[in-house]
Design a protein around this ligand. Structure first.
Ligand SMILES: [Zn+2]
Length: 496
């Protein structure tokens, strides 16, 4: 691969309010050198002019769902429980081309908004297949992003996991609904094993992970099997933990312990473990996460959109938890925008009336969205940082944009004002994948047409199921409200 020298830009660095003037040399997919003050004469490399621009490490989305990319704008007023009830029609009867298009349009959107790697819990209804997961991996590879792909599965249906819910629905005349799971733990574990053994993508680009969907709909046999596969193949586990109060209360009452205590007891927590959300983690749960080196991915846009509550990120950090940042799926964080995630992370920390020292600051949000998430994806410190020897995953921000004018504090203006419109160019592994705000890797207009056609076809194909599940979801939400009023150690609604 040719040597490229990015010239004339400033680096986003701590301690320099307006950034550090520097040129950056890329070679072999890595950052070969950073010349603060400017490169010496005579370097043999192709020049890439970035005058009046800033160089930011590629952002890393710690949690999303490829299948949700066809569901943007749906479920205007859905809780998490309504979203789970509706999941079978949102993801149902997809062809491999439609699975591919759904993943590719998300990857395209993230790259155009400065995100170069993502942890994707994709879902294939009713069960993950080798071909379906491969279609997701191919989409990321074609568009030019890094990813860790953890297909979701569970061996127990959501509607059966909430005490009394199924009987309530039957009483309302609703039964025989399609469910997300139809296979026992052995079958699901065999699928995961086959995927891990047959993984054909280079681990420095597209990694495989294990996605037990939500622990409260996973049996102990399935969870411990996932734990063993993670150890055997050295791959990550990604799951949703204590996202909503309903799940947190139901789990506590069903298990006699918190979800996190159970995961700890079963031996799943550790550096390869990533918990999405953690909104309702209590102090003991946070210590368990911290002591074991587990990762928690904060998803403020989704938490607000679904009314899930506000995670206490300052408490995570004080406890020593590794914190990353994510968007969650486009059905509940529609624009897959990591700049928005950073901004909301700072804002969310300020709703409880706590002293300003406990608020999440711009630099902390930036760190969570880069090195924090990178650790969770399993890429360690090879991405998310501007350092010689790290991957050349780089975002060029156009500082002529109004939100950088005047320039007062570059990091703060990126977090508080950038919306993605300042992203001019993006490199992944030294390859220019976005040039002047356009993808260089794929025919975007063709992908756009494919994605719209997929959504239109699925809209018709799932029409009947949709009507039944939307009705069931409203009943389920009304039923689940009884759990919202229960007392919990954690208080994550501002009215509590
Ligand atoms: Zn999620």
């Amino acid at each position: 691969m040719e040597r490229k020298l990015i010239t004339g830009a400033v680096l986003v660095e701590d301690g320099e309010a307006r950034g550090t003037r520097a040129d950056l040399l890329m070679e072999g997919g890595l950052i070969a050198a950073i010349f603060r003050g400017g490169a010496p004469e005579g370097i043999d490399a192709a020049r890439f002019n970035a005058t009046e621009c800033a160089i930011l490490p590629g952002l890393v989305n710690g949690h999303l769902h490829a299948h949700s990319n066809l569901a943007k704008g749906m479920g205007d007023r859905w809780t998490l429980e309504m979203s789970l009830t509706n999941a079978p029609w949102i993801s149902g009867v997809r062809s491999l081309d439609e699975i591919y298009a759904s993943a590719a349009i998300g990857a395209a959107e993230m790259l155009l908004k400065g995100c170069t790697a993502a942890y994707d819990m994709c879902l294939e209804f009713p069960l993950p297949t080798i071909e379906g997961v491969d279609a997701v991996a191919r989409a990321y590879d074609d568009v030019g992003m890094r990813a860790t792909i953890a297909p979701m599965a569970s061996d127990q249906p959501f509607l059966g996991a909430v005490p009394g819910l199924r009987d309530h629905l039957v009483g309302e005349g609703v039964e025989g609904l399609p469910q997300m799971s139809s296979e026992g733990p052995e079958g699901l574990l065999a699928r995961f094993r086959a995927l891990a053994q047959g993984w054909r993508w280079p681990s420095e680009k597209i990694r495989f992970g294990l996605g037990p969907a939500i622990p409260f709909i996973c049996s102990d046999a399935f969870l411990t099997g996932v734990r063993d596969l993670s150890a055997e193949f050295g791959i990550g586990i990604h799951t949703h933990v204590s996202e909503s109060k309903v799940q947190t209360v139901v789990s506590g009452e069903s298990f006699g312990e918190t979800i996190t205590a159970k995961l700890h007891r079963l031996g799943l927590l550790g550096p390869r473990f990533t918990a999405a959300h953690g909104v309702w983690l209590d102090g003991d749960d946070m210590r368990r996460m911290a002591d074991t080196g587990a990762n928690v991915i904060h998803n403020p846009a989704s938490n607000f959109r679904l009314g899930s509550g506000v995670a206490d990120v300052r408490a995570f950090l004080d406890a020593g938890v590794h914190v990353g940042l994510g968007t969650d799926g486009a059905s509940c964080a529609d624009g897959l925008n990591m700049f928005e995630a950073m901004r909301l992370a700072t804002h969310a920390s300020r709703v409880f009336g706590a002293p300003v020292d406990s608020w999440i600051g711009a630099r902390e949000a930036l760190q969570a969205a880069t090195t924090g998430s990178a650790r969770a994806l399993g890429f360690g410190d090879s991405i998310g940082v501007l350092r010689e020897g790290s991957a050349a995953d780089i975002v060029i921000l156009d500082l002529r944009a109004p939100h950088y004018t005047p320039m007062n504090d570059l990091s703060a203006q990126i977090v508080y004002a950038e919306d993605g419109t300042g992203v001019r160019d993006v490199f992944v592994g030294g390859r220019c994948v976005v040039r002047e705000r356009r993808l260089t890797t794929i025919d975007y207009d063709r992908l756009r047409r494919q994605t719209q056609a997929a959504a239109d076809r699925l809209h018709g194909a799932n029409a009947q199921t949709r009507a039944r599940l939307q009705h069931a979801a409203r009943l389920a939400e009304a039923y689940c409200r009884c759990f919202i009023s229960r007392e919990t150690p954690a208080r994550r609604y501002i009215c509590e």
